[in-house]
Design a protein around this ligand. Structure first.
Ligand code: HXC
Length: 258
């Protein structure tokens, strides 16, 4: 983690903030930055002292997409052999909550990366879009699936088939983002929410996140079954005993993460 070229990672108690840092290229997501990002997320996912992530860019751009210069000359077979989406699948498997703090452009792979997060805080200046069609391609890191689930078929069709970007306010109305805040506060607000989540019992947070994500891959019947198993599993945790006992004793619970 010491020799990161494209990321700035900071820790504040149990919250790790990861900033995409290729400002001259609008944080375009080349192979190097994605490799660093996935490695850092996986390393910190194993770190018991970290309980939530904030993923951000800069005021002008969260990320303007996959690096077009890296793809422009690639053949289909080269793209296949790069297997870049394997890295994105690894982000999907991160167990701790990820909060995206978005300002400026979140386009193409940038918008898809945002949608890999669990919670999205947008600044008033944020712009979300899947402009791949304008380059002769289409979303490849989940945009057709995740955007459709987030905003519904008709808006997803419009955005993906015309390349139109939507504003933060429109993204809020469409259900893509949790909150829109003035640009001075978007990062602070994401970190505040991350701290709030980091203060909850971590095993319950982990199993709840897992169950919510499962809802995208399964039938309601199997999803409910999965939820129930996770719910029962929490009765094996010390934190569950502590949480309920603290309620009855009228005191604040002290979580051990056990
Ligand atoms: C490589 C990029 C880039 C990108 C911006 N830059 N986006 N480089 N890949 N996706 C570079 C520019 O080439 C330029 O470098 C510098 O960043 C500043 O960008 P400008 O265009 O000069 O800035 P501005 O006029 O403010 O316009 C900002 C912008 C525009 C609207 C974000 O850059 C833009 O439209 N970018 C491309 C957005 C896009 O199509 N994204 C989808 C990519 S495909 P130089 O060296 O010229 O100064 C995709 C597929 C996903 O994401 C598949 C899964 C991973």
């Amino acid at each position: 983690m010491n020799d990161l070229k494209n990321l700035i990672v900071s820790r504040d108690d149990a919250v790790a903030t990861i900033q995409l840092n290729r400002p001259k290229a609008m944080n375009a997501l080349n192979i190097e930055i994605m490799t660093e990002l996935v490695d850092v997320l996986e390393e910190l996912d194993q770190d018991v002292d970290i309980r939530a992530f904030v993923l951000t860019g800069n005021e002008r751009a969260f990320a303007a997409g996959a690096d077009i210069k890296e793809m422009a000359d690639a053949t289909a077979v080269e793209m296949l052999m790069r297997d870049q989406f394997a890295r994105w699948d690894r982000i999907r498997k991160i167990k701790k909550p990820i909060i995206a703090a978005v300002s400026g452009f979140a386009l193409g792979g940038g918008c898809e990366l945002v949608m890999h997060a669990d919670i999205i805080i947008a600044s008033e200046t944020a712009k979300f879009g899947q402009p791949e069609i304008l380059l002769g391609v289409m979303p490849g890191a989940g945009g057709t699936q995740r955007l459709t689930r987030a905003v519904g078929k008709t808006l997803a069709m419009e955005m993906i088939l015309t390349g139109r970007q939507i504003t933060a306010e429109e993204a809020l109305r469409a259900g893509l983002v949790n909150k829109v805040v003035p640009v001075e506060f978007y990062l602070e607000e994401a970190q505040r929410m991350a701290r709030e989540i980091a203060a909850q019992p971590p095993i319950a947070v982990r199993l709840a996140k897992e169950a919510i994500l499962r809802s995208f891959d399964t039938t309601i019947e199997m999803g409910l079954e999965f939820e129930r198993k996770n719910f029962y599993l929490l009765f094996a945790s010390e934190d569950m005993r502590e949480g309920m006992k603290a309620f009855i004793d009228k005191r604040k619970a002290e979580w051990k993460g056990k």
